[in-house]
Design a protein around this ligand. Sequence first.
Ligand code: ASP
Length: 430
Amino acid sequence: MTEIEVDRPRRSLTARIVIGMVAGLALGVSLNMLRTHGLDPQGWVGRALQSFLIDGLFYVVGAVFMASLKLLVVPLVFVSLVCGAASLDDLSRLGRIGGKTLALYLGTTAIAISVALSAAALVRPGDGLDLPTDLEFAPRVAPGWTETLVNIFPSNPIQAMAEGNMLQIIVFALLFGFAMSLSGDPGRRLLAVFEDLNKVVLRLVTVLMEIAPYGVFCLLARIFADQGLGAIAQLASYFSVVLAVLLFHGLVVYPVLLKIFSGLNPRVFLRKMRAPISFAFSTASSNATLPVTLETAEDRLGVDNRVASFTIPLGATINMDGTAIMQGVATVFIAQAYGLDLGPVQYLGVVLTATLASVGTAGVPGVGLIMLALVLRQANLPVEGIALIIGVDRLLDMVRTAVNITGDAAVTCIVAQSEGQLDAEAFQAP
Ligand code: ASP
């Protein structure tokens, strides 16, 4: 190794991802400003920029990056959870882990939505808004709760995997893993194969993460070139209330809960979460970020596979505190914008439905906004109000997805620590 290389070590992957993020954001915003101030979008420079750079290079690299992340989700969740379930010594432990995880997931979501409602009721971001009269929003119809429950159980595991139906994959992997643990020698032999597979798939995660700095750069450059930051100005107070509550939840509520319930150092936790947070921010998808969250939980936070392989995929599917925060603030904002006041019973209804709506929100971009229709309908508010906030939703989606996955990891650490399944040395390791 030459002296120069010794003096300037290669930057860590996380640092390169963060650089990619900041550079992509800056370039995107500059391109957008260039287009809105002066550069003729129909002139040849404007058209070339759009079709070769923004919708060409940035789109291709960003889409390939997203696909390479999504590609890992189903094999990783299945293999990793089969290993976890097959090596659980007794069923009651899974029951305990499941119970604690669900209680914490729902509890943190209820805290999130309550803080969001209180902040929105105090700041009143929707007051005095001049409503456009031509608002339109066509909501999708959500399935009923009976159907939702029945849908958790797969009738065809291959179909569940092909569709990426996470809850069905979780149920099948748990059953398969149990059957393995009950099968004596054949089960043990198969477990050895699955453990090897798990190592290989996790290795693939780290290999593909090498392209992350470029992927993140292109995703952000394209989004900000198309969106710019102009929409924020019109909805500044709504945007800042959602953002403030999201930051409060991520930087205060989780760290405090982590400290109280597990005694773990929140600073170390947040530092190690930088990579998955950057992925979540750039992709706006808890699902696509899942491989990175799982890898971080097991390899960097020291959580045993038996806990993380269950809690992280479950969290990426049902635990959406950031989404609940947006839905809470948006509901109050829309009510205020239409000059309608919510009473205490309606607030309670919003807490309940927003918790359920966030559970039902899939971990992909933009679904939280679609599920907001459910909350509005329950509170008897006009669903077209959603059209008011669409303009800034993508930006908020990025931040709320980062909060969503931070919540999954925080709860995972708390549950693992309480079960004696967290390696404190690995957690503290630099
Ligand atoms: N994009 C969010 C997620 O993947 C869901 C949403 O709020 O739209 O976690």
